[in-house]
Design a protein around this ligand. Structure first.
Ligand code: TRP
Length: 383
């Protein structure tokens, strides 16, 4: 059989069994083939404008830790992924602002553009190009089983008003979103991809796509390892059954990185807790109080756990009021220097542009190399 066809037949087999290869098996077979590839760290973040506390604790801090702890010889990439953002409708003017704000926020929080290749995904055209190549081997059935896609389908099926999208109208880009994500990762031959729990399924797809490509066209991609960063789940201040989210309609449900101490105090004061008078750390039964303790713990100089902080507050006879005051103080104090830095950077559009341009140039070097290999492997190289 023609090798290309054989590759596709195997894709179908993967699609049928659905699940990813067990990690141990796939890792063993790839390490047998050749020495371990050099480590490359890659992560992506959507341009959601000014990030909130959930993004900061869940994504930024773990990334900064990785930036600090990886050896200088290991390339580290961080991409602000505009091409992913447009899989949902965006207001073009707002998107320009959001991309700029996200870059400024990352820089203000300590992403070092010398150490980390920080760039806008859409500036490096190879991302879309590789995504197309990978689309030609990505099994549709597998994409349809992704939880994010399934939740869009569920919402569309429940749609009853005219302005909600019906199932028929769901966009192809939403379905192939994970393929573009695989392209982001594989373009840099990344081996370590720090992400939150909710991205694990996408990462498994990226691993499988890498393997299918290699089997069909020869070893081009290392199979990336998913590193799930221990995420602090920060909950909505208004509804502790939900995560803190940019898309929640009530802005009082989230603390933005640029909120003033007064805004922070107002929001924390209004946080939904419960009617128990004392402070205990019981995430299942008292999620609102637990959320405040989680936030406090993340910023606590003495690095006390939420349970330890609860014990201390309990011993001092605190109620929710005192807890809230302590939390807003610690958050405001921690964010103050980040906010100073943010104000300085956001006022300097020229600087942001230079960082983005330099990052894109650096990213493009590797991206172009990989694409040349991919084109040659597939038979679309020279003629
Ligand atoms: N899909 C990721 C998210 O929504 C963002 C992302 C895009 C990403 N490309 C990536 C994360 C590559 C890690 C690696 O959070």
């Amino acid at each position: 059989m023609h090798p290309r066809i054989r590759g596709l037949a195997r894709v179908r087999a993967t699609a049928r069994c659905g699940a990813a290869l067990p990690a141990a098996v796939s890792r063993a077979s790839s390490s047998k083939a050749k020495a371990a590839p050099p480590e490359v760290v890659f992560s992506g973040i959507q341009p959601t404008g000014t990030p909130h506390l959930g993004n900061y604790l869940g994504l930024f801090l773990p990334f900064l830790e990785l930036q600090r702890s990886t050896p200088a010889s290991t390339p580290v990439y961080l991409s602000v992924v505009g091409l992913h953002a447009i899989t949902l409708p965006q207001d073009p003017a707002a998107l320009v602002r959001d991309r700029r704000n996200m870059l400024a926020s990352l820089l203000a929080c300590g992403v070092d553009p010398e150490r980390t290749t920080l760039f806008l995904q859409e500036d490096v055209r190879e991302h879309s190009e590789l995504a197309w190549f990978l689309n030609t081997i990505a099994p549709v059935g597998r994409l349809q089983r992704m939880t994010t896609w399934k939740s869009k389908i569920a919402t569309a099926r429940n749609a009853n008003s005219e302005d909600e999208v019906s199932e028929e109208d769901l966009r192809l880009g939403l379905l192939s979103y994970p393929v573009l994500q695989a392209a982001d990762i594989l373009l840099y031959k990344s081996t370590i991809v720090p992400v939150g729990e909710d991205q694990v399924q996408h990462l498994e797809l990226a691993r499988d796509i890498a393997q299918v490509f290699n089997r069909a066209f020869g070893d081009v991609f290392p199979v990336p390892e998913t590193r799930v960063v221990p995420q602090k789940r920060v909950l909505s201040l208004r509804d502790p059954a939900q995560k803190m989210s940019k898309s929640a309609p009530n802005p009082l449900s989230r603390i933005s990185l640029t909120d003033s101490p007064k805004d922070i105090a107002t929001k924390v004061k209004g946080a939904v807790t419960d009617s128990t008078a004392t402070i205990t750390y019981e995430p299942d039964t008292r999620p609102g109080v637990a959320n405040l303790l989680t936030i406090w713990s993340a910023f606590d100089e003495a690095k006390r756990s939420p349970a330890e902080l609860a014990a201390a507050a309990h011993a001092d006879g605190w109620g929710a009021g005192k807890l809230k005051a302590a939390v807003s103080d610690v958050v405001a104090a921690h964010l103050a220097p980040v906010q100073d830095e943010y104000r300085r950077i956001i006022a300097d559009e020229g600087y942001i542009r230079v960082v983005a341009a330099k990052g894109a140039d650096r990213a493009r070097e590797q991206a172009a190399k990989t694409m040349a290999e991919v084109r040659a492997a597939v038979g679309l190289g020279g003629i």
